[in-house]
Design a protein around this ligand. Structure first.
Ligand code: SF4
Ligand code: SF4
Length: 84
């Protein structure tokens, strides 16, 4: 399941550099996560790095983007293959 950023985001900028997939970027009003790039940090870390650093806890799982760990692992491998 990809994560998403709610409107409680205070644009503090700390999550963006923590994302190993470059999935987080400044949106028009708040930061946004590209669900095509977010692997919930599967393949890189044991826990979602953005959730770990967000001071206002505004990055829940996105019920619209439900994915199994296997799907997230496959997305990670596809993203890594693109980078090579
Ligand atoms: Fe990036 Fe990981 Fe957060 Fe997804 S969970 S947006 S991959 S830091
Ligand atoms: Fe917004 Fe949280 Fe990211 Fe800060 S860490 S920019 S509050 S989502």
């Amino acid at each position: 399941m990809a994560l998403y950023i709610t409107d409680e985001c205070i644009n503090c900028d700390v999550c963006e550099p923590e994302c190993p997939n470059g999935a987080i970027s400044p949106g028009e009003e708040i930061y946004v996560i590209d669900p095509g790039l977010c692997t919930e940090c599967v393949g890189h870390y044991d826990t979602p790095q953005c959730q770990d650093v967000c001071p206002v806890d505004c990055i829940p799982k996105d019920p619209e983007n439900v994915e199994t760990t296997e799907m997230l692992q496959a997305k990670y491998e596809a993203l890594m293959a693109q980078e090579c």
